[in-house]
Design a protein around this ligand. Structure first.
Ligand code: PLP
Length: 388
């Protein structure tokens, strides 16, 4: 089996599984309880918070544990919006290529009377800090721009956007779910006010994530109940998953340079090889993209058909985001970078990790051209479809 869908989720590493198991066996107590064993769980929780904060250059009390990236995005955006409304500010700036956890939250706010402005990205999937600067108004309460895109891998100029927001006094949130553990993050140097991350995108467990919220930014609770997370998120903490997330983030960050080098070399080999197929186009920029992201549109075929055929060869890939894989509507990201509906429907995303090898890449390069020919051939034989 060749797994090339690491943008959808990643495999936990042995060290991460070990950290989680140890916690489940030894310190499974409720960290809010008073007796000594529970205090060891509370101590583990504090330790994980310190380590995760250190990876982001944040302070531990600025870390809120959530159920994942989606919850962190929801809480960040709703918090900034509620605080804005109290000051009479209801204008929000974002981009057309955000994850649905962001876009659907913004749609909800629009129905509540907020004004949401989605900036157009260039054909390489990037917005400029100048675009953000021009869009900021007196009544802007939030700028939310993803760090790196989950479909085409494009990386935004986060430091520059952060600097603009700091200068204008506007809260800046970034969905860093694809970036955390893969690209450098420093919330101080990058002037980030709110940041979302999710453990299962950097070899941690699913169902756990974090929201970094700079001290002084008021938080709205999504979950009411006890006063865990300093009253910002109720519910007994998932200590084993949190310990595993800390281990995964530390492991990813301490090997970031070597992983980036290895994975981007595989990515470039894959891009070079797939570019040889006639009538294909790379989605996103060849250089400014996540180390593991490859996304091509194949003219005249359906991405879904290609993914299903690849599965027969034991190759796990995707058409784009896992969230849109089940729906037939074309990717909003590919439409936003100017692709036609047909090109958007013919997309294949291969997302690599450091577990992949050159042999994996060569196997994919051996198989894909034939499958594309086969699918295109079927299309010509089908009298109801336009021949190529
Ligand atoms: C995966 C992902 C999310 C959602 O994270 P979950 O932990 O699965 O809820 C949000 N944003 C981006 C960019 C993602 O890739």
């Amino acid at each position: 089996m060749i797994y090339m869908d690491n943008a959808a989720t990643t495999k936990m590493t042995p060290a991460v599984i070990q950290a989680m198991l140890l916690c489940m066996e030894d310190i499974w107590y409720n960290p809010s309880s008073l007796y000594a064993p529970a205090q060891r769980a509370a101590e583990a929780l504090r330790d994980a918070r310190v380590r995760i904060a250190a990876c982001l250059n944040a302070s531990p009390d600025e870390i809120i544990f959530t159920s994942g990236g989606s919850e962190a995005d929801n809480q960040a955006i709703l918090s900034a919006a509620r605080a804005g409304a109290q000051a009479g500010k209801r204008h929000i700036i974002s981009t057309a290529i955000e994850h649905h956890a962001v876009l659907h939250t913004l749609e909800k706010l629009e129905r509540e009377g907020y004004e949401v402005e989605l900036l157009d990205v260039r054909s390489d999937g990037v917005i400029s800090a100048e675009q953000v600067e021009r869009a900021i108004r007196e009544d802007t309460c939030l700028v939310t721009v993803m760090y790196a895109n989950n479909e085409i891998g494009s990386i935004q100029p986060i430091s520059k956007i952060g600097a603009v927001c700091r200068e204008k006094g506007v809260t800046f949130h970034t969905d860093a779910v694809q970036a955390a553990g893969h690209l450098p993050i420093d919330v101080q140097a990058q002037s980030i006010g709110l940041l979302s991350l999710s453990a299962h995108k950097f070899h941690g467990p699913k169902g756990i994530g974090a929201l970094y919220a700079r001290n002084g930014i008021p938080m709205t609770r999504l979950i009411e109940g006890g006063d865990q997370e300093q009253g910002r998120r109720a519910g007994t903490e998932n200590v084993p998953a949190i310990m595993a997330m800390a281990a995964a983030l530390e492991e990813a960050c301490s090997h970031m340079a070597e992983n980036t080098q290895k994975v981007s070399a595989l990515r470039n080999r894959l891009i070079m090889g797939l570019s040889q197929i006639p009538d294909v186009v790379l989605n996103g920029d060849p250089e400014n993209r996540l180390p593991g992201n490859v996304n091509f549109s194949f003219e005249g075929i359906e991405g879904e058909s290609l993914v299903l055929l690849l599965d027969q060869y034991g190759i796990c890939a995707s058409t784009g985001s896992a969230c849109t894989a089940q729906s037939l509507s074309p990717s909003h990201v590919l439409l936003a970078i100017g692709r036609s509906h047909e090109a958007a429907a013919g997309a294949l995303r291969l997302s690599l990790s450091e577990d992949n090898t050159q042999a994996d890449v060569d196997e994919v390069l051996r198989i894909v051209p034939g499958l594309v020919r086969e699918l295109r051939g079927k299309r010509v034989r089908n009298p109801f479809q336009r021949p190529l």
